[in-house]
Design a protein around this ligand. Structure first.
Ligand SMILES: *Cc1c(COP(=O)(O)O)cnc(C)c1O
Length: 236
């Protein structure tokens, strides 16, 4: 029962990470992409620190969290490990200080104000926070994210902030049954990144693809895939 909520053991985690790494390598090869060009972010939201430690013991170093307080408590509990923490959840203004203190990356920026607060609140002893702009790629009213049209202005404004560094774009597209259709929103995100780079930006990150659609995302140029369920099992 690989996807029973919260019954994963360290051995399960290690095996799923190995399976995932070989699947990623296969996808890279099929898409004519360089080996190692796709980085795996292990999404550990709602999962206990013991499972993060199990993934770490298996060699995983990048972890993603969705809730600011949960990020804080896990980062504190695991402070002696060399973990790179990515914040990928909806970000409210009153939580930016926590996130600025613990996250190395934030993928869910869709307003200038959030980037500005992170820059202002970043502790002086830490390097700039690495940012992705979240794009509402299917224009869904229920979803967070900036529209593609707003990206140039947002990106230019963010370039001037001292303690954040814009690295690229992130999206969470609608799920499709047909894998070919599933590629379309990922292709649009890649084109949006290429457009920004033509305007003089130097962005290198496409954060796209989750447990159900990472293979399609890799065909379209994903550089970070964010995978939770396929590593840690289903969430409650
Ligand atoms: C939860 C989450 C994921 C991981 O989703 P899975 O389907 O469990 O792989 C990826 N990205 C974001 C933004 C998430 O909130």
């Amino acid at each position: 029962m690989p996807h029973e909520p919260d019954h994963s053991t360290p051995v399960d985690i290690q095996r799923r990470l190995e399976d995932l790494q070989s699947s990623i390598s296969e996808c890279e090869l099929k898409a004519n992409r360089a080996p190692g060009s796709v980085s795996l972010l292990a999404v550990s939201k709602t999962k206990p620190v013991e499972l993060i430690q199990a993934a770490y013991a298996a060699g995983q170093r990048r972890f993603g969290e969705n809730y600011a307080q949960e990020l804080e408590s896990k980062a504190q509990a695991l402070a002696e490990l060399k973990i790179e923490w990515h914040f990928i959840g909806p970000l409210q203004s009153n939580k930016t200080k926590l996130v600025a203190s613990y996250a190395d990356w934030v993928h869910s920026i869709d307003r200038f104000k959030l980037a500005q607060r992170l820059s202002d609140q970043r502790p002086a002893n830490l390097p700039p926070v690495q940012l992705c702009l979240q794009v509402n790629i299917d224009n869904e009213p229920s979803k967070a994210g900036a529209s593609i049209e707003k990206l140039p202005e947002l990106a230019q404004a963010m370039m001037k902030l001292p303690n954040v560094q814009l690295r690229g774009l992130m999206c969470i597209p609608k799920p499709h049954q047909d894998p070919i259709e599933q590629r379309e929103p990922f292709a649009r995100l890649r084109e949006a990144l290429e457009q920004l780079n033509k305007q003089g930006l130097e962005l290198d990150t496409l954060s796209m693809g989750m447990s159900g659609d990472y293979a399609e995302a890799i065909t379209q140029g994903a550089t970070i895939i964010r995978v939770g369920t396929a590593i840690f099992g289903a969430r409650r």
